[in-house]
Design a protein around this ligand. Sequence first.
Ligand SMILES: *Cc1c(COP(=O)(O)O)cnc(C)c1O
Length: 474
Amino acid sequence: MSDGAGWLELPPERMRELGHRVVDLVVDHLTGLRAQPVRTGAAPDDLRHVLDEPPPEQPADPGLLVEFLTNEVLPRSLRLGHPGCLAFIPSASNFLGVLGDLLASGFNTSPGAWPVGAGPAAVELVTARWLADLLGLPEGAGGVFTPGGTLANLTAIAAARDDRLGEDASGGVLYCSDQTHPAVLRACRVLGLGRDQVRVLPVLDAARVLAAVHADRAAGLRPFLVLANAGTTSAGAIDPLPELAALSRAEGLWLHVDGAHGAAAALTERGRTALRGLGEADSVVIDPHKWLFQPYEIGCVLVRDPEVLRRAFTIDRFRAGADYLTASRPAAAETNLSDHGVQFTTAARALKLWLSLKGFGVAAFRAAIDHGLDQAEHVAARVAASHELDLVAGPSLGIVCLRYRHGPDEVQTAICRTINDSGGTFIATTTVDGVLALRLCTINPRTTRADLDGVLTAIVAAGRTANSTRLTPR
Ligand SMILES: *Cc1c(COP(=O)(O)O)cnc(C)c1O
């Protein structure tokens, strides 16, 4: 190995053997999800052998290491694609998406600069355009992919800020509701927007926003952005997009819609009706690693006018003697996606979405999303018909919030604990308008109606038990 070759290489036969083994393990995992527990927790002490290990100076058998990761590390998680996982936003990824990621990392190309990764850049551009089309944005809309919804929102807010406020954002004010995702508020903070620049309203309706805008203008401030939700993560609630769009247009504000969870519903007829006005936004975020069934990580920010992204992020704006980049400059009609967002080098993360959208066809995605909407409606109907359950919120965009009728908050949390300890189902609690509720997110196509009926039966049974324990004097 005196010329340096071979240090980090394996013989081709060994690469194939390990690769096939990994594919087998992944297929076993995906096809065997139902037989696994929905969650295997671990305390830091259970993972001491992982946490405390010193740097491994000497090689070990990669076959054994793959088995170690598969048996000891990866199972110690919440299985977000498990049919019984109804907490958070479940992510039922798909195998074509997995293969897209494998190709992206195997070929290790980057779509950031056209002269570097023209093919992957083309796939990224067309896939973003497909999403813009599917969400009802106008012709000419496009965007970039990000690691997730957090950075997609950050990208949109930065573009809005620069477009509406210019170089100096002082006095700029944005409007959002108290249901805005904390990751979005953190993005505002990261962008240097202080607390005094973020108006958090209890309800984001046009009248309230308008009143706040007038008050802020009168105080010499510069309103520039409305941050609406198309599906709050807590309850799937949707801000009134058509009236916010009209208001934003009239007042010269940028309308951004965080659809990280909910925007995907616009692929269906019901969802498109519920999300009326989405296409009028200046920017929209969608998280394909949520309701478009992609493996982590992939988020996407779409803008009505991609030129806005380029103006905000082009490297030329920040150029300080980066002449080594000359070879990566795009020619006319080429696009350097690293000029359109925060990241410079990126993974070719659109490959997985492209591969699964084309391989299964958009119709299959529509059907899978529709199924999630059906499931939430089914749960809500069962709750409404029950004498022991109350509907608290929804069904909205695949989320239903409910309560066991005959118990205070401690009974609701006891129910959640009992269900989650049972091993087959994982749910969460949330608070809707001050009311503690059990929250079910039904967007995983692997979850059956029988699963959901079983969960409701278990909730009632756990509620009865918790209540009788509570009421029985000891
Ligand atoms: C999940 C989510 C986010 C954060 O996105 P990540 O992909 O987790 O970074 C932001 N907003 C909403 C509404 C979400 O559901």
